[in-house]
Design a protein. Structure first.
Length: 101
């Protein structure tokens, strides 16, 4: 694999990772503010900025205001966090077939 192909493969993995966060956050009724695979000064290879989690007003469990006061993270947020890793893992070949990326 040439260096250019390796770089392209890594960017594709980062794109799948960030897209996984964005798609799942959207599916759980969250607003996605921004998604990028540009490298930043912090060393990250991309990011997905979550917006508000939308909810029905008559459902206090879904309210954004309840979870921060409880000191816990909303389960839908945790689901979206894991989605990046799972999206990336779904396209990476099995360990015995994998080459170093």
């Amino acid at each position: 694999m040439s260096p250019g192909e390796n770089s392209h493969s890594k960017r594709a993995l980062h794109a799948y990772h960030e897209a996984g966060h964005a798609v799942v956050w959207h599916l759980v009724n969250g607003l996605v503010e921004e998604v990028s695979i540009d490298s930043g000064q912090a060393g990250y290879k991309g990011y997905c900025r979550f917006g508000f989690l939308l909810h029905q007003e008559d459902n206090p469990v879904e309210s954004d205001g309840v979870w921060p006061r409880s000191g816990r993270i909303h389960p839908k947020t945790v689901t979206a966090y894991y989605a990046g890793m799972l999206a990336m893992a779904s396209i990476v070949p099995r360990t015995e077939e994998r080459t170093t990326i």
